[in-house]
Design a protein around this ligand. Sequence first.
Ligand code: NAD
Length: 315
Amino acid sequence: MEKVLVIGACGQLGSELTLALRELHGNDNVVASDVRPAEGQLADGPFVILNAMDKEGLEEIIDNHGINQIYHLAAILSAKGENDPKFAWDLNMTSLLNVLELARDKKLNKIYWPSSIAVFGPNTPKDNTHQNTIMDPNTVYGISKLAGERWCEYYFEKYGVDVRSLRYPGLIGYKAKPGGGTTDYAVDIFYKALEENKYESFLSEDSYLPMMYIDDAIKATIDLMQADPKDIKVRSSYNVSAMSFSPKEIAEEIKKASPGFEISYNPDFRQKIADSWPNSIDDSEARDHWNWKPSYDLSKMTTEILDGLKQLLHY
Ligand code: NAD
């Protein structure tokens, strides 16, 4: 029987991934946790308050609930991390090491921890970026994710911890607001399209970035975690990809549904972060090793988000 703990469950990814995991494993077998209280459907299942930096608190929850799988999602993201780099480093690293240490000591079955395209940097080849390439991140977030990947591989190689990871691109959904990343514009734009029929982008019109609809991110995560361990040949973190677009291109797509929609551009400090990341990702190893395949492109995602958001916001 799988007993799952999700750390950072109230965030953009966790609030949807937790519900998918409850579908899969049964409501009572998935304990959600966060430093802030649960809202909405998340509160319909087991929930505990946990600061991921508190190793003893984490150990107590593992023991009390008989946890044997952890999805560790809590992190300070790219744009937010630049406001307080030391804190971002401490939180991202300490929390991961707490999880890896307890996974080893308590012989937990499986750990999931997300990395990011932020592990790449200004000298990384930008197009179709390969799994193994130059990695020189220049944000504290990217540095912490690259270090985290090395730790994951280390705990697998040295201690046999079955830890699995994906390098998510920018994640786009509409049910939860994003938590301070460089790709957040691609979520905000849909809200502003419905509320004001215009949007001021904090990235320039031609800033191409790899992106993924949240349903695909959840599918990739669950597929990876369900895969046979012998098929998982990358123990740092897998490149995964679905689509790449610029602010101008997503605006064009929204205009197909809302012809009067207008976009303007006012790049801020996040432009520099975006400029250091790839335009597109080569995810052939994820496709070959455990049959990863995305289901959403820009057009399908735009239609689904606009329809869903209209219902959510009662337009
Ligand atoms: P988010 O900021 O929306 O959510 C993070 C959650 O962690 C929040 O609910 C927050 O309250 C919680 N948290 C913060 N500090 C905590 C602590 N000390 N203890 C426990 N919980 C704490 O982030 P997200 O977008 O849901 O991202 C989830 C994971 O996916 C992160 O590891 C992130 O780096 C990774 N990721 C996200 C994206 C993206 O575009 N959203 C892209 C690449 C990777």
